[in-house]
Structures are given as C-alpha cells and as structure tokens.
Design a protein around this ligand. Sequence first.
Ligand code: HCB
Length: 224
Amino acid sequence: MSEEDDFDLNELDDKELVEQIQDDLYDGLDAEVTEGTEILLSRGWDANDVLGEALVAGMKIVGVDFRDGILFVPEVLKCAGAMKGGMGILRPILAESAEDTSLGKFVIGTVKGDIHDIGKNIVGILLQANGYEVIDLGRDVPVSDVVDAAIKHEVDFIAGSALMTTTMPSQREIIKELKDRGIQDKFKCVFGGAPTSKEWAEQIGADGWAENAAEAVDVIKELT
Ligand code: HCB
C-alpha cells in the first residue's frame, strides 16, 4: 500500500477492489496492483476475469487519458510496469490451465518500430492457456526475423501486433515477405492491435484478425 493510502485492500468489497486496482494501475503502483490481483484470486475470481475486468479495463482508462494529453509517456510507462506486475501473478495460473496436447505452434511478436507489448503478451498467455505452443519474439521485430523464426520453428501460425498507425504496414510486409519467398500457404497469419481492423486484415490478405485476446483464441481455433 502506498503511504497516502492508509487503508487495507482486503477491506474493500469486490467492486471497490476492482476500481482500486484500476486506480492503482493508473498511478503506476506495481505492488498495490499485484496485491489487489492476489486478493481477487484468493476470493475465487477466475484469472481471466481478473485480467479483463481489472487490468485490461484499467489500461483502457490509461489509454483514453494518454490520448487526451492528461497522461504522458513517463507516467504511462509506470502504468505499463504495474500492469506487468499483475500479469506476472496471472501468467502461471493461466498457463497451468493449458491443455496437454499442442493444438498448434505460433510465433508472436510486436512488429518493427513498435515497442507496445502488453496486448501481445496477453494474446500469447491466452494462446498458451488454450493449448498452443507460443514462441514469443518480443517487440520491435523486423519482418524478416518473423518469417525466419516461423520457418525455423515450423510453426502453423504467425501472430503480429501493431499498436500504431505508423507500424501497421509491417503486418502487410509480413504477408508480402511470405509471398515473395513462396511460402504463404505454409502459415496462417492472424493480426491485431488497437488501430487495426477486420477490414485492414482482409485488405492485406491476412487469414484472421482479432479485437482482443479472447477473440484471437476463437479466431485461431476456427483456423486450426
Ligand atoms: Co503508446 N501509443 N506510444 N505507449 N500507448 C498508443 C498506442 C496510442 C494509441 C496513444 C494515443 O496517442 N492515443 C499512440 C499511437 C497513435 C498511433 O496510432 N499513431 C501511442 C504513441 C504515439 C506512442 C509513442 C510514439 C509516444 C511517444 O513516445 N511520443 C511511443 C511509441 C514508442 C514505439 O513503439 N516506438 C509510445 C510508448 C508507449 C509506452 C512505452 C509508454 C507504453 C507501452 C508499454 C508497453 O507496452 N510495454 C504505451 C502504452 C501503454 C500505450 C497505450 C496507452 C496502451 C496500449 C496497451 O497496452 N493497451 C496506447 C493507447 C491505446 O491503445 N488506446 C498508446 C492495453 C492492451 C491490453 O490492449 O490493444 O495492446 P492492446 O491489445 C489487445 C488487442 O489489440 C488485441 O488483443 C490484446 C489483448 O486483448 N491484440 C491482438 C493485440 N495484438 C494482437 C495480435 C494478434 O495477433 C491478435 C490480437
């Protein structure tokens, strides 16, 4: 708990606690977000619900205020750190629920020039939790590295995240590189990220697009 908040998170009811986690995420309070996440889990909350209702919803509020010039990069970096604190608790729990058999193999990464990786990480965690093997290439990944990794690891799917209008074209470049190398049929490409859309994905010839991580799992299951 931070010095200015002299109350115990355990005393809050679920609704208040979810709001408090979102406030703490907004304030970049890593330890408090982690503690709140643990308390919700200890009250029997499903890890997916904690992720969606507390953390991702909290990050949406951050996104709006960043867009509106109320929050700036250093503050949003702290929010991202706090988000990762909460995700650190949820990741092993979600991974534990993974099915034994691998439904398919993925490479996933945030495209070249883009360092936003929170959404990509969530997609990776949920894919793993649903029985897919995930090779995470990280962020700011050059197109050729994505394609090389897909070949090397003999994956079934390529997932690429782009969070900026300026980096979206890298998703098209991935498809182009696959075509240029004559291997487009070997992989299914499923893309996402806030500025992208179903129309964009269709336009560039992707196999699928998802608005969020849960939808990504559904789209990929349909393609599997
Ligand atoms: Co950043 N940033 N940012 N940022 N940032 C955005 C993305 C803007 C939209 C904010 C704004 O201006 N409104 C904007 C981009 C505008 C544009 O499109 N042109 C922006 C900008 C401009 C910038 C900088 C250029 C700012 C600067 O330096 N002046 C800079 C870029 C640096 C770079 O990449 N080269 C920058 C930096 C940062 C950080 C470092 C402070 C931080 C990132 C920390 C990190 O990720 N480790 C950050 C953040 C956090 C954001 C916002 C606020 C939140 C992004 C986020 O994590 N959302 C974002 C605002 C927004 O998106 N509305 C803002 C939460 C996750 C859960 O959602 O959409 O990422 P998601 O992922 C979803 C979904 O899209 C889908 O599933 C995920 C989970 O449900 N999905 C996929 C994602 N990838 C998928 C892949 C698939 O295959 C399938 C589904």
